[in-house]
Design a protein around this ligand. Structure first.
Ligand code: IPM
Ligand code: MN
Length: 356
């Protein structure tokens, strides 16, 4: 099979972590007689610097023509403390999500046996935790209009807007995920306060009878934030709106012991995008210390969701499990005896080449 992959490495550690993922993808392809074809394109601060736009038209064209997008990270501190900056790297990510119609962001959260002791939570609480957070990605307060400032500059506003069709399409996906898993779905909202949340709850309640095998649960977001830490094992599939999903999945990453381990898949109307949930980690850029595993596991999701090649995905996951067991990990996981970013990538590539 020919696999057309657009690579948007982006900023900070983006280039070095995507490089490791590409090595791993190449090894998996070689084993299974696939031919990967990479097209590189600009995004984020790098794209602002070179062409003045964080998601240039050319990059969009490359994404549209690919079978899948491998995305590194975007963000640059030069823009963070400059509220007057004309454009921002993050705008590129949001533009990409909107233009590719990526309405669902899938973030699986599971623990690794060999890292249980790394979790700041009690081992018995996290052992066996395994849930999927499905975050709505193209609506809500991230995109709602009006958004901006009053003329005198002393008032600012964002709008949280949801249409029924946006809730229905992501809820359908979430119900289908639940059916393939342990058949429990939790809708996280703030229906006691927000009108949008009440539309979410009403819509999901109306759909639930079509899925009698799925046990439905409704939970307010403040409570969910607590439950994810106190009893993560109670969750199977969580579905929620854009901003709640952003916050809860960063929180959930703590369960696994490092933000550097969690992958994600964004799917929707056009090409799907695979990216780590962590950011561009500018302090580590170019130092060969960042954890490439979240990006490599995102490549596993790519094989599964974009190419429908679950066995190839499993190869990557097995290799990652083995590396963690062997202690071939970057400094976020083991400060005393860390491997470098590229050493982890090389180890995984070797493992795939020689152990399967
Ligand atoms: C994420 C990130 C982005 C978001 C930022 C960089 C705009 O935090 O993918 O979770 O908030 O969606
Ligand atoms: Mn986030």
């Amino acid at each position: 099979m020919n696999l057309k992959i657009a690579v948007l490495a982006g900023d900070g550690i983006g280039p070095e972590i995507t490089e490791q993922a590409i090595k791993v993808i190449n090894a998996v392809c070689q084993k299974n007689n696939h031919i990967p074809q990479y097209t590189y394109a600009l995004t984020g601060a790098t794209a602002i610097d070179q062409v003045g736009d964080p998601y240039p038209e050319e990059t969009h064209r490359v994404c549209m023509e690919a079978d899948a997008v491998l995305f590194g990270a975007i963000g640059d501190p030069r823009f963070d403390n400059n509220p007057k900056a004309k454009t921002r790297p993050e705008k590129g990510l949001l533009a990409m999500r909107q233009k590719l119609g990526l309405f669902a962001n899938i973030r699986p959260v599971s623990t690794f046996k060999s890292l249980l002791h790394k979790s700041p939570l009690k081992q018995e609480l996290v052992e066996g935790a395994d849930f999927v957070a499905i975050r709505e990605l193209t609506g809500g307060i991230y995109f709602g209009r009006p958004q901006g400032r009053s003329e005198d500059g002393n008032t600012a506003y964002d709008s949280c807007v949801y249409h029924r069709f946006e809730i229905e399409r992501i809820a359908k996906l979430a119900f289908e995920f639940a059916l393939k898993r342990r058949r429990k779905l939790t809708l996280v909202d703030k229906a006691n306060v927000l009108a949008t949340s009440r539309l979410w709850r009403e819509t999901v309640q109306e759909m639930a009878p079509q899925y009698p095998d799925v046990e439905m649960e409704y939970m307010f977001v403040d409570n969910a934030a607590m439950q994810i830490i106190q009893g993560p094992k109670r969750f199977d599939v969580i579905v929620t709106e854009n901003m709640f999903g952003d916050i809860l999945t960063d929180e959930a990453s703590v369960i696994t012991g490092s933000l550097g381990l969690l992958p994600s898949a964004s799917i929707g109307l056009h090409t799907s995008v695979f990216e780590p949930i962590h950011g561009s980690y500018p302090q580590a850029a170019g130092k060969n210390i960042a954890n490439p595993v979240a990006t490599i596991l995102s490549a596993a999701l790519m094989f599964e969701y974009a190419f429908n090649l679950p066995a190839e995905a499993e190869m990557i996951r097995k290799a990652v499990d083995a590396s963690l067991e062997e202690g071939v990990v970057t400094e976020d996981v083991n400060k005393e005896n860390p491997s470098s970013t590229s050493e982890v990538g090389d180890w995984l590539t070797d493992f795939i080449q020689n152990k399967f």
